[in-house]
Design a protein. Sequence first.
Lengths: 517, 517
Amino acid sequence: MPELSFEPLTPTAFLDRAAAAHGDRTAVVDGDLRFTYTELHDRCRRLAGGLGPLAQGRPVAVLAPNTHVLLEANFGVPWAGSPLVAVNTRLAAGEVAYILEHSEAAVLVHDPVFDALVDAAFALLAAPPRRVRAGAGYEGLLRGASPAARTPHDERALLSINYTSGTTGRPKGVMYHHRGAYLQALAIGRAHRLSPSAVHLWTLPMFHCNGWCFPWAVTAAAGTHVCLPRLDPAQVWRLLRTEGVTHLEGAPTVLAMLAYAAEAAPLDRTVRVATGGAPPSPAILRRMGELGFDVTHLYGLTETFGPAMICDWRPEWDGLDGEAQARIKARQGVGNMIGLAARVIGADGTDVPADGTSVGEIALRGNNVMLGYFKDPEATAAAAPDGWFRTGDLGVLHPDGYVELRDRSKDVIVSGGENIASVEVEQAIADHPAVLEVAVIAVPDERWGEVPAAYVTLHEGASATEAEIVEHVRARLARFKAPKQVVFGELPKTSTGKIQKFVLREKAWAGHERRIQ
Amino acid sequence: MPELSFEPLTPTAFLDRAAAAHGDRTAVVDGDLRFTYTELHDRCRRLAGGLGPLAQGRPVAVLAPNTHVLLEANFGVPWAGSPLVAVNTRLAAGEVAYILEHSEAAVLVHDPVFDALVDAAFALLAAPPRRVRAGAGYEGLLRGASPAARTPHDERALLSINYTSGTTGRPKGVMYHHRGAYLQALAIGRAHRLSPSAVHLWTLPMFHCNGWCFPWAVTAAAGTHVCLPRLDPAQVWRLLRTEGVTHLEGAPTVLAMLAYAAEAAPLDRTVRVATGGAPPSPAILRRMGELGFDVTHLYGLTETFGPAMICDWRPEWDGLDGEAQARIKARQGVGNMIGLAARVIGADGTDVPADGTSVGEIALRGNNVMLGYFKDPEATAAAAPDGWFRTGDLGVLHPDGYVELRDRSKDVIVSGGENIASVEVEQAIADHPAVLEVAVIAVPDERWGEVPAAYVTLHEGASATEAEIVEHVRARLARFKAPKQVVFGELPKTSTGKIQKFVLREKAWAGHERRIQ
């Protein structure tokens, strides 16, 4: 007898449900294109049918801005029986080539705006993947295909691989599973209060942690996806008005860009905004509030399917003044509805007291934690030595149970919501012939929250300018990873010759309450 | 190495999360009693610790109104490693005794208001369960116990057994699993828009499908449970005002009771109401809207963890007039967020066309379907011959994907949200010495939606009055199961002597658009 009450959890099921329950409603707006849920469902099934024979179960990479193509890949690629590799569109050719090679992608679907980048990346590869170009090539693939929809029997099967910069130079491939994405989509949809009335503007990069699982969460709610290929504030303000947008997300830098845009003017309704990557400042929260945005602060990492924590708003805080509310909203909060409680673990391995001052490392666990790093069991084991994933972020636990970050324990710089590994930038700079040694740290920045700063000692007799060093990095890495300042001189060291980054950090962050922004 | 990203889904985890994230907030209001989430968490763990040795893994039954005791049982009993059997408080002693015996309950926790009922039920049992009385006995058990919290490794382990009247005389024990209750709690919480600001008034019987999973859903949101032992409209209106209630549920009969109460007056905020068991009438919807209630129609059965379908409201319907909105709200709707699409299956076993007129049986499938009927594999197999659970309800599929019920195919009467098996009432009446034969059907009723009506033929020469028949049933079954009218005379029959209930139904429902109300 068929099983009465077991269906494997997979986020692609939300599209089946949306097509059945809301098939005639608008699923996607992408420029002049509009698809209903019935159409989106059909397109994703055809994409699966087309990709199946090309990929044969091997990963399918996608390099595209926030267009309908990348959205469709979130359903069509898993339905093809392949893991999805959504590539960060800001990377340099060498980084893209590394990801394509490391993930063993069989197919790369890409937007024409990245023709040159893909050419350059492919030139570095001995066996580049099959190339499918959005537009005529992609539409031809869909037209010629029969609809297909493979779903895994094992709900913890590999769904996607999301590359992220960590403490080591090369990006690591974070493995998502179907079960986790399904549950996280439910949690994130709840946190953001999505409903069939939701009109969701894609201000968050869809390649980033699979868009915090919003491709699935918005579909679960049968809301409308409004695509936004480029984060242009004027365009955002236009869409807020013409499409009746109700929901968007972004790092505080994105919020600032919107709040201070020339087009900014009070909205005629509440627009819900989820922010993360850094705590929103009181000034931004005030300005956003005046414009009609209701901001919720979320916290998470690529390893936790995006936001695993939420600064869950309590009604008793409604009466506080703006300053007090902003202080609370700067907290990372509590585990979201489907997670376990977050822990804050001290140096001795035990939980720190909930006193708001004892600092420890944030550790997370639960169904919204990755399977591990692709082809890197050592890094996986190191990331969760006891089954609790160590975030690398340091914080305190307030008496009410809310976590607040204070610093990062690992050499990661989070700039405008994107991770940068210090060591990756250091390696690029050390590669310069004039450089003897280098240290890269995060320094506070008005616009991006944090930016990389390089402290460089040159070889005796050698010379280099700040602009030369920056250009040198830009030729090798994504532009946002280049240092925003380069300081030449001696580096502080221990008696055994180890560079004392903490000395550099102390100077750079003097006067700041916490070393994360 | 411990598993990095797998935690078994269990609805008791929501209380762990609420205690960690919202421990200092009010979890329960029950008369003058107030417990925070930390206190509720501790009480439920002590309940588990106290019940563990008494029950030894065997079921724990609870017979209580909507008090903190029954709420605590939804967490404490599973944590004791026992399935919960929440007994319908309207049943007669014989019915309670049957459930205690059939479920093999080791312990019965009961409210003192049911002392006499329990005495009577125990008198019918050779080996009655251990008795724990709410109040001093119950509090003593908690005080003397060490906190415990067993959770299952298998998330499809038995969580609870909910007895329901179906097509056969004896109630069947519907087996819930942890996974289903967890997911359903997420879906129902979303449908009802629960948040930490939710103040949930327990107008829905908590014994009914485990309160549609709201004990877990409200806790997942870290809202406040306001207990309501007796459905007294004056009391509901008082609590709406004094406790700032934001959410409640009930069958349309309950809504009518509230809407037309002497105390009814417009609210200063929107209160969300979920209704089910019968479609709400336009008059009720209009009246509720005027008072400030926003009504969502849900549909489901005990076998589907309560509401598996939702009349998901589309923003494009906001502009319709009240009459048109009411017509839409009367639909049962679409599968909820975690379910599969509902099917409407015609007599030939295939799906009926989505034309709004072809009638078929509603079939459901997914993680919010029961494991089966306790100790009744035959009934389980019959209920889902192909893995799709047959609801016994007949309806149509509208072109937009929404299901609307038209009739019930099985002999079930749904009166004020409670199931009554026709055959159960028939057996009780047939037991009367004057009765030769009897047929019981649902007839429309202003207040209760549907009520049982009995058509009786007496033995030649025998005599009985309507009042005698009603009294006879009341002595054997719950009062709400007694026929509201008794018609004496010949029964319509086929040539082979089979009673033609459809002839009775056609007369009773003449002038009604559908045979369900």
